[in-house]
Design a protein around this ligand. Sequence first.
Ligand SMILES: [Mg+2]
Length: 264
Amino acid sequence: MHGRLPHVAFIFDLDGCVYRGNSVIEGAPEAIKALRSKGRKVLFLTNNSTKTPKQFVEKLAGMGIATDEREIMTSSIATARYLRTRSRKGGSCYVIGEDGLREALRSEGFELLDEDGAGDADYMVCGLDTKVTYEKLAAACHAIQRGAKFIATNADPNLPVEGGYLPGAGSIVRLIVEATRARPLIIGKPSPRIVRMALERLGTEPSETAMVGDTLGMDIKAGRAAGLFTILVLTGATTEAEAKTSRIKPDMVLDSVAALPPLI
Ligand SMILES: [Mg+2]
C-alpha cells in the first residue's frame, strides 16, 4: 500500500513542533519512533545557536526521543559547515555567540579571536549571546569595518519562552547592521542554506524529503525555498486561521506531529 507521504526523510523543527520549551508535544516521541520503524530518516533542525548537538541529544533523550548528534542540525553547525565549504584553509572569526557556535566553528578548524584581535578576523559571526556586552558589539563592528565578512546564524528577532519572549540573535544582528550598515549573510531559517546543509547530512534529495515545522515564515519558507515537501503543524507559532490566510502555503497542515504515522 502506498502512503500519502512517501518521503524518505523528515526534517523536524524543534521548538513548537517536537517540544514547547521544556514540555514534549504529546505523541511526538511515538511519531518519531513510528517513522523510524518504517525506515524513514529523521533529522532535527533548529535555529537555536546556543546549544551544542550533544545538549540537544540530551534534551530530546529526557523527553523520550532517542537520537544522536548526527541527526541534529543547528544554525551554528550549519554556519560552521557553510563557512568551511567556502574557505578550505579555515580562517579566523570574531564571534558573538555561546558554546554551541564557538564549538562548531572550532571543530571546523576556525581560529576564534578575542576582542583585541577582532580587527584581523576573516569573519564576524553573530549568533545569540545572552552575555553580549558593548565591548563585544564594538569589537564586532570593528571587525566588519576592517573587512571581515558579516555572517549571522539566524535572524529571529525574539525567542519564545514561557510567558513571553526574550531578545533573539536577530536583535543583536540588527544592532550591528544599524551601526555598520553592513548586510549579514544569514544561514538559519528562513534561508534555504541550513536546509541544504541538512540534506547534505541526510544524503537525500529535496524531492524525497519533507520539512515539518510550526512557523510559516521560517520552517515552511525555508523548506519551500529548498524544494522540499512542507508540513505545517499547529502546535506552535501558527494558528489555523493564520495558516489559511497566509501567502506562504505549506503542502500539508496537521494538528500535530502525532498525526504523521497514519500517513506513512
Ligand atoms: Mg519552531
